[in-house]
Each structure stands twice: as structure tokens, then as C-alpha cells.
Design a protein around this ligand. Sequence first.
Ligand code: HEM
Length: 115
Amino acid sequence: MNPLYYSLLHVFALFVLAAHTFMAFANPAPENRKRTMMITGIASLLVIGSAGGLMARHGYSWGSGWVIVKLVCWLGLSGIAGIVYRRPQLRGVLASVAMALILTALVMVYLVRTM
Ligand code: HEM
């Protein structure tokens, strides 16, 4: 498949993941938890699935430093919405952490990326 389709899916799923994570930060009401976990779970799987396609298409190594850092950012961003429902008082800190994870992943792909 043309890598552009993987790129499109990767970025779209990231928007969905970030949007629903920040919706959880804005209103961590227990009745929304199930829906948020379902949507962020599906978006998270689409992010890593499309990343797998991009990795294969471009021939990048899963052991490269920038890829490992992105995997850590993805893991953190995927789990952070679940934390805010259990610790709503931490939502300010968690929102800053989420933004730092997104920025770090972007720096990896735009400034640090090597083979
Ligand atoms: C918070 C998590 C992540 C963010 C914000 C993010 C963001 C992005 C963005 C904005 C692009 C550029 C798309 C384009 O120019 O077409 C990209 C490309 C890419 N991402 Fe991610 N990504 C994340 C997680 C991951 C993960 C976990 C992997 C797994 C290894 C990954 C692998 C890739 C690859 C291989 C590319 C293509 C690079 C290229 O075109 O040379 N990303 N990512």
C-alpha cells in the first residue's frame, strides 16, 4: 500500500487519541470512562498499526533510538486517559505530561529521525 495512506491513518488516529484524551482531562466524569477507553484504545491500535506500515515501507529499524522514544511516547499517551479517571485531581499535571509526550514524538520524527 502507498505509504501516504499509512501516514494519513497515523496522523488521523493521533488526532483522535489526543482529542479524546484531552476531553477526559476537561471532564473526567466516571460515566464517560467506558466510551473514552474504547475510543482511545481503538485510536491507539490504529496509531501503532499504521506506524508498523510506515516502518516496513521506509525500512526503518525498530531498534533505532528515535523509534524507541516514540514507542515510549505512544505508550504514555495511550495510558494517560485511564489514569485521569482514577486521579482527577492530577489532570493539570497529566495534561502537561500528555503535551510533552506529543512534542517529544514530533521532535523525534521531524528533527531526530535517522535510519
Ligand atoms: C505520540 C506518538 C506519536 C506521534 C505524535 C507521532 C507523530 C508522527 C507524525 C506527525 C508523523 C509524520 C507523518 C508524515 O509526515 O507523513 C509521523 C511519522 C512516522 N511515525 Fe509517528 N507518531 C507517534 C508514534 C509513533 C510510533 C509509536 C511509531 C512506531 C515506531 C511511529 C513511527 C512513525 C514512522 C515510521 C513515521 C514515518 C516517518 C517518515 O515518513 O520517514 N510513530 N509520526
